[in-house]
Design a protein around this ligand. Structure first.
Ligand SMILES: *Cc1c(COP(=O)(O)O)cnc(C)c1O
Length: 368
């Protein structure tokens, strides 16, 4: 590879180089066993220990109290969208859901299969370009569900809402461990790992112990969180390699000073990119300023600089311009258009600076 490549993909996304090196070495020989981690029994001591260590890393980094269990499962965050209400919401109970994006709406669609859903807010009509904090909460909701960071639209809850009754549940797929969160404010935190903490193949669920076992429906064994808690995440064959990649990513995060340290860098990175967008004569951000995400930064061409009919051609041109400098995966989601730079934990500030420089040079190229 001639030049450094910076990957701005929304997911699966950039991971720390150190973690990738360790994970790839483990594919050949795990912990001097002479065996690849891909071929090792999940019930062997080294893997059991690795799972315990991964859980401990998470507890240390996030300050997860003892009265919460941690479950590692395959199936993606999309499977958890149905497991959450299946395990937590009784058939005649109501849950409040905030409709702040496509992932949020997919979560609430699944919840409707298991109980009553009150849509506490929706910004769908505005293509989810902001978060409506004026929530219409029901009186006896079992829980309030939020999507902490809306990956596609680049909006993030900077102050978590308080449930009127019950507990708070958050999908943190795209800002897991990006900023300090008080776990005790939540009944449950869950998400897919492939945005910020590992490769695809594993999800993380952090569940307060007293919340399970309260619904009276029959839950299929594999979809019951209690099965995996009782089985210490080894009820069936777990996604060992994805958990190991998480282990190494969490170790990297611990070594660099933990969540407090990464949050500081994440805020610097976001400020650098947003101020470049705000100063640009060519680009404009799509998300409301007060809700701007620390992780996903969508932006489009200004309409007075690039007309609608020129947009497709010019978008391709900018993507190629960036790619020639090793800045890849900046195409925006089809529902927002334009560009999106995902600047997760493992994206160094040098990568963000390179993108800012590229945007400035592109402005010179087209405006002279
Ligand atoms: C990507 C994403 C999902 C979906 O994750 P899968 O693991 O692909 O099912 C859910 N929620 C959010 C916030 C996401 O960013």
């Amino acid at each position: 590879m001639a030049n450094k490549v910076y990957n701005f993909s929304a997911g699966p996304s950039v991971l720390p180089e150190q973690a990738l090196k360790e994970a790839s070495a483990a594919c050949i020989d795990y912990a001097n066993s002479g065996i690849s981690i891909l071929s090792m029994s999940h019930r062997s001591k080294p893997i059991e220990n690795m799972f315990a260590e991964t859980e401990q890393f998470l507890r240390d980094l996030m300050g997860i109290p003892e009265n919460y269990d941690i479950v590692f499962l395959g199936g993606g965050c999309s499977l958890l969208f149905c497991m959450v209400p299946m395990n937590l919401l009784g058939q005649n109970e109501t849950a409040d859901y905030t409709d702040t994006g496509v992932w949020a709406s997919k979560a609430l669609k699944e919840a409707k299969l298991f109980g009553n859903v009150n849509v506490a807010c929706s910004t769908k009509a505005d293509v989810y370009n902001h978060i409506d904090k004026n929530l219409k909460l029901s009186d006896n909701a079992k829980y309030l569900h939020i999507t902490a960071n809306n990956t596609i639209y680049g909006t993030e809850w900077h102050n978590f809402p308080k449930p009127k009754s019950g507990f708070l549940v958050a999908d943190m797929s795209s800002d897991f461990l990006a900023r300090k969160v008080n776990v005790s404010d939540f009944g449950m935190i869950y998400g897919g790992a492939q945005k910020n903490i590992s490769c695809a193949g594993v999800t993380v669920s952090i569940i307060r112990k007293d919340l399970l076992g309260k619904v009276d429906r029959t839950i299929p064994t594999m979809l019951n969180f209690q099965t995996h808690i009782d089985g210490k995440n080894m009820f069936n064959t777990p996604p060992v390699f994805a958990v190991y990649t998480m282990n190494r990513t969490l170790k990297w995060l611990k070594d660099m000073g933990g969540v407090e340290a990464i949050e500081k860098i994440n805020r610097e990175k976001a400020a650098l990119l947003y101020s470049a967008i705000d100063a640009s004569k060519v680009f404009v951000g799509t998300a409301a300023k007060e809700d701007r995400s620390l992780m996903n930064v969508p932006f489009v061409f200004k309409k007075d600089v690039v007309s609608d009919e020129k947009n497709d051609e010019m978008s391709k041109d900018f993507i190629e311009f960036a790619k020639a400098r090793g800045l890849v995966q900046i195409k925006g989601h089809r529902s927002v258009g334009g560009f999106r730079a995902s600047i997760y934990n493992a994206m160094p500030i040098e990568g963000v600076q390179a993108l800012v420089d590229c945007m400035g040079d592109y402005e010179k190229k087209i405006l002279g």
